[in-house]
Design a protein around this ligand. Structure first.
Ligand code: BMA
Length: 321
């Protein structure tokens, strides 16, 4: 594993998650055609890192692009969208692609994203080198967003979280887990967790959705997710965390009452969609427990924040619903 990006927690910081001081790491002009680069996913790859990036174009179309980096901070993102191969042209039909996640299972990298197929659903593809991608069947019927795989089979099956939705700017949303023996047929859909009513935890009262691929810890799967509240100024997206049972990951052991990161910096509050922090990937160093969180800021640029497994789990235990 290459050295992941890291800055130690500032002396005066009390929160469990802190930002990279040079944020944002990727600006709007992350490649030659982009209006904005955000909600993107990275993984360790060879001696450095690779990723799949959401770049909206200057005509405001949404698509995904491959990128590479030696240090996880400075990225070279392709100027042409990812081309996917598949033997069935019906699978290749799509209207748009956005909000990718990348999950390594054994020696293959799987990409999931919101795929426009008569409305949003979960697209799935695989690659070994981030150059040749093979598209597989869409995982679910429309309408669905935020398909996030677990990084290994659990009880013999692949598992994916998702968030059933509608065709618009969905005003509801709970997280479910589905199982598959082959990454094609999905079933055994289980409810994992939903919005929180009342003012106990109002930042997650409108909808929630899974963020990065969960991190396996001895105490459970560590999930970072987004939570949304509808305000008189529109939706506000914040980040929370949860610890899920290792064998039955739809069972929630702990879940944030207070958010772990909220739009407070200028680049998170001002942009094409103000007041959004939207996590899509983490890098985790298993030796030190260091975690680097990659998140979209105001649907415009990409930011980086840090925590550790120990710090996030213990803060969750002290701040659980
Ligand atoms: C969601 C998705 C995300 C976006 C968020 C805030 O519905 O479209 O890509 O970050 O809205 O606009």
């Amino acid at each position: 594993m290459p050295q992941i990006p890291w800055q130690p927690k500032p002396e005066n910081e009390t929160a469990a998650v802190w930002r990279y001081r040079q944020n944002p790491i990727i600006g709007r002009n992350g490649n030659a055609v982009s209006n904005s680069v955000f909600n993107s996913a990275v993984v360790p790859f060879q001696d450095g890192f690779a990723g799949v990036f959401r770049c909206d174009s200057k005509s405001i179309s949404m698509d995904i692009f491959a990128g590479f980096s030696a240090d996880g901070i400075h990225w070279k993102i392709d100027d042409t969208p990812i081309r996917m191969y598949c033997d069935n042209q019906e699978i290749a039909q799509r209207e748009y692609r956005y909000d990718p996640r990348v999950c390594k299972i054994d020696d293959t990298y799987y990409v999931t994203w919101c795929n426009g197929y008569h409305g949003p659903t979960i697209g799935l593809a695989k690659t070994q080198d981030f150059k040749t991608f093979t598209q597989l069947e869409n995982a679910f019927l429309p309408y669905n967003r935020n398909g996030v795989l677990f990084p290994r089979k659990i009880n013999g099956n692949y598992m994916m979280m998702s968030r059933p939705s509608d065709t618009g700017h969905t005003k509801f949303g709970d997280i479910f887990v589905s199982e598959s023996p082959d990454l094609e047929y999905w079933g055994r859909h289980r409810f994992m967790m939903g919005t929180v009513e009342g003012d106990a935890s109002a930042w997650q009262s409108t909808k929630i959705g899974p963020g990065p691929v969960p991190i396996e810890t001895s105490e459970g799967w560590l999930l970072i997710y987004h939570g949304v509240i509808n305000t008189c100024n529109g939706f506000v997206y914040r980040m929370g965390a949860a610890l899920l049972d290792l064998n039955e990951p739809w069972k929630v052991l702990y879940r944030s009452k207070c958010y772990i990161l909220a739009p407070q910096e200028l680049y998170e509050c001002v942009g094409d969609v103000p007041n959004v922090v939207f996590p899509c990937a983490t890098l985790c160093d298993s030796e030190t427990g260091r975690i680097a969180i990659y998140y979209g800021c105001a649907d415009t640029v990409t930011g980086l924040a840090f925590t550790t497994v120990q710090e996030l789990v213990s803060s969750l235990k002290n701040n659980s619903l």
